[in-house]
Design a protein around this ligand. Structure first.
Ligand SMILES: [Zn+2]
Length: 270
């Protein structure tokens, strides 16, 4: 039996974590006093995201944006634009708090706070969660299930969606991996002691296209995670455009939001 319905060979998820300034402030509140660092991060929501939305429209692709509540509060028009263009909006905490750094009660509080802010803007509660920095806590899945989330997207245990059991019922996991993330390749933030040599777009294209070809061959899922402040720089975005065009040339690739992939898993097509 084919692993996917509707002649799909390889589902493709292009997803974005719209962190803006939140992640660096959460990691070190003194970041707020550094105008250049703040401007580098603010470039994400202010300059890069509208450009990314136009790229997605040009390819007729629906995507998922995971947005911290603080970023949504400070950019409600942008969140509404993302929603109106048909993309999914998922929960990404309030100030980009990795659950592993919180008590169980704090974790539930910021989850609910994030969802309420997103619902106030779009009219819909998010059904998906991606943990900031991919640092879940041991309680995360119970908390997500208790708060009626359909899926999480923070784990690395497979390359197709899988189920994680909780006391109540299983929750769908849409797995990710650092290989398919722009941050390890391009991030350069001296203030945070993150001073890797930045990769060239050509190098990242070669890594991501090889990952795609392998996942396609084995009929798995391609889930790409990016950050507008990183991938939205024009040379990198041109690389993403080229990558999408290459993926579309393979028969049976189907671009979808995380939640649509989670629904496929819920219906147990695999
Ligand atoms: Zn993030």
């Amino acid at each position: 039996m084919a692993p996917w319905p509707n002649n799909i060979v390889c589902p493709i998820v292009i997803s974005f974590d719209l962190d803006g300034i939140s992640g660096t402030i959460n990691r070190n509140p003194a970041s707020k006093n550094l105008p250049t660092l703040m401007s580098m991060r603010e470039y994400g929501p202010s300059i890069a995201t509208p450009r990314i939305l136009d790229l997605l429209d040009s390819h007729k692709i629906k995507s998922s944006f995971f947005i911290p509540g603080f970023i949504a509060e400070t950019h409600p028009e942008l969140v509404l634009d993302i929603h109106r263009r048909g993309h999914e909006i998922g929960n990404h905490g309030y100030m980009h708090e990795p659950p592993a750094t919180l008590t169980s009660q704090e974790e539930e509080n910021v989850l609910q706070q994030g969802s309420e802010i997103l619902k106030d803007i779009t009219g819909q509660s998010p059904v998906g969660y991606r943990s900031p920095s991919w640092e879940l806590s041991p309680d995360s899945f119970e908390i997500l299930k208790r708060n009626h989330f359909l899926y999480d997207s923070s784990m690395m245990g497979n390359d197709v969606p899988y189920l994680i059991h909780t006391k109540k019922a299983p929750i769908v996991e849409i797995p990710i991996h650092w290989e398919l993330d722009d941050h390890p390749f391009f991030n350069y933030s001296p203030f945070l002691n993150q001073t890797n040599v930045m990769a060239s777009p050509q190098h990242v294209y070669s890594v991501w296209s090889a990952a795609f070809e392998g996942l396609y061959k084995y009929k798995r899922t391609f889930v790409l995670t990016m950050h507008p402040w990183i991938i939205g720089r024009p040379g990198r975005l041109s690389m993403l455009d080229k990558l999408i065009t290459m993926i579309k040339s393979f028969q049976g690739t189907s671009f979808m939001a995380c939640k649509d992939l989670a629904v496929l898993k819920e219906h147990d097509y695999m």
